[in-house]
Design a protein around this ligand. Structure first.
Ligand code: ATP
Ligand code: MG
Ligand code: FE
Length: 336
C-alpha cells in the first residue's frame, strides 16, 4: 500500500510517500523557519500563504523522488488537526483535490498521533502496546498506546508545553527561534547544577506536567541578575533549565511505565531530539530494564512520513474520511 501524505499544520509544508506504513520512499520538508525567525515565532497568516505557495512544488518533488506514478498511489493522507486552522486548510484542500483526481480515499490524520507513529518507521518491529512520551512545541503527554488507534492519555501539561518552554526561555536570552535546538547546543558548555530552578511538583499523585512555573523562575532569575548588573552565564542558565525539564520528563515517563505492565517508552515530537533527554532516558531505561525508543531527528520534527504511517494503520482497518473532512485546530489526542 502506497500512501501519499501531506502535513501543513504549522510552519512546515511537507509531503511523503510511505509504503505499508513503515517504509519511507521520499520525505520532503519545506520549512518556513527563516521567514518566521524575523518575528520570533510563527505568524499564522504568513504560514498559510507560504503553504499555498509551496505545496504544489513540494508534492511534485515528493513524487519525483519516490519515483512512482500517480496510478501507484492507494490513498492520500492529510493532517486535519491540531494546528493552525488556516495552515491546516491549505493541506486539506490540496489533499481533497488530489485524492478526488486520483479516485482514491482520503485519510484524515491527527498530527499528534502522527508524531507517535514516527516510531513505527524508525522501529520496523514496533507494535502496541507501549508508553509514549509526547514532547512537542504545543503538547506534552504521557500516553498508553493500547493499539494503533487506541490511546489513553495518562498525564498532560496543565500549562505550557515542553517545547514552548524551551522556545520562551531561549527567546528571553536572545537565542532566537526555535529555541529548543539552540538551548540544547549551548547547554553542552554549561553546568546543569549551576542554578537550582524549581521542578514542578504537584502535591497530588498525578502524572501531569507543568512548565510555566519553571519558565517564570528562569525569567525572574534573568531579570534580577540584569538588575544587579551581573553578566548572564547563558550556558549555565540553559543547562540548568534543561536539566529541570528533562528530570520531570524522565520522572513522569518512568512513573507511567511502572503504573502499567509495559516495557517500552517511545518518545515523540520535536523535543525528542533533545540530546540531554535522550541521554537521561536511555540511562534510566537501562537501570530499570525499560526499552527507550527515539525516532531520528528528521522524524521527530514535523514531517509527512509520520502522517503516512499513522494513515496506513487507519487505512487497513477501513477507516477513511469523507470529502466533508474539516480542519480541527483543537483536536485532542485520540479525538476524531
Ligand atoms: P505540535 O506538534 O504540538 O503541534 P509543533 O508541531 O510546532 O507542535 P514539533 O515540530 O513537534 O512541534 O516540535 C517543535 C518544538 O521542538 C519546538 O518547540 C522546538 O524548540 C523543539 N525542539 C526541537 N529540537 C529540540 C531540541 N534539540 N531540544 C529541545 N527542544 C527542541
Ligand atoms: Mg515547526
Ligand atoms: Fe508537531
Amino acid at each position: 500500500v502506497y500512501i501519499l501524505a501531506i502535513e501543513s499544520s504549522c510552519d512546515e509544508t511537507a509531503c511523503s510517500i510511505v509504503k505499508n506504513g513503515r517504509e519511507v520512499l521520499s520525505n520532503i520538508i519545506s520549512s518556513q523557519i527563516e521567514i518566521h525567525q524575523k518575528f520570533g515565532g510563527v505568524v499564522p497568516e504568513v504560514a498559510s500563504r507560504k503553504h499555498v505557495e509551496n505545496i504544489t512544488g513540494v508534492v511534485e518533488l515528493t513524487m519525483k523522488e519516490a519515483n512512482i506514478e500517480r496510478e501507484d498511489i492507494d490513498a492520500v493522507a492529510v493532517t486535519y488537526g491540531p494546528g493552525l486552522v488556516g495552515a491546516l486548510l491549505v493541506g486539506l484542500q490540496f489533499a481533497k483535490g488530489f485524492a478526488f483526481s486520483l479516485g482514491v480515499p482520503l485519510i484524515g490524520v491527527n498530527h499528534i498521533e502522527g508524531h507517535i507513529a514516527a516510531n513505527y518507521i524508525q522501529y520496523k518491529e514496533l507494535e502496541p502496546p507501549f508508553v509514549s512520551l509526547v514532547v512537542s512545541g504545543g503538547h506534552t503527554f504521557v500516553v498508553h498506546v493500547k493499539d494503533y488507534d487506541d490511546f489513553e492519555v495518562m498525564g498532560e501539561t496543565r500549562d505550557d508545553a515542553a517545547g514552548e518552554a524551551f522556545d520562551k526561555v531561549a527567546r528571553a536570552m536572545g537565542l532566537g527561534y526555535p529555541g529548543g535546538p539552540k538551548i540544547d547546543q549551548i547547554a553542552k558548555e554549561g553546568n546543569p547544577l549551576a542554578i537550582k530552578f524549581p521542578k514542578a511538583n504537584f502535591h497530588e499523585d498525578t502524572l501531569d506536567f507543568s512548565f510555566s512555573g519553571l519558565k517564570s523562575a528562569v525569567l525572574n532569575y534573568l531579570n534580577s541578575e540584569k538588575q544587579r548588573g551581573n553578566e548572564i552565564n547563558v550556558p549555565d542558565v540553559s543547562a540548568s533549565f534543561q536539566h529541570a525539564v528533562v528530570s520531570v520528563l524522565v520522572e513522569n515517563a518512568m512513573k507511567t511505565i511502572k503504573s502499567r505492565n509495559l516495557d517500552k517508552i517511545a518518545v515523540a515530537g520535536g523535543v525528542a531530539s533533545n540530546s540531554s533527554l535522550r541521554k537521561a532516558l536511555l540511562q534510566k531505561g537501562e537501570e530499570e530494564n525499560v526499552r527507550i525508543l527515539f525516532p531520528d531527528a528528521i522524524l521527530c520534527t514535523d514531517n509527512a512520513a509520520m502522517i503516512g504511517s499513522a494513515a496506513y494503520f487507519q487505512f487497513i482497518k477501513g477507516h477513511v474520511s469523507g470529502n466533508d473532512l474539516n480542519a480541527k485546530p483543537g483536536l485532542s489526542l485520540g479525538g476524531r
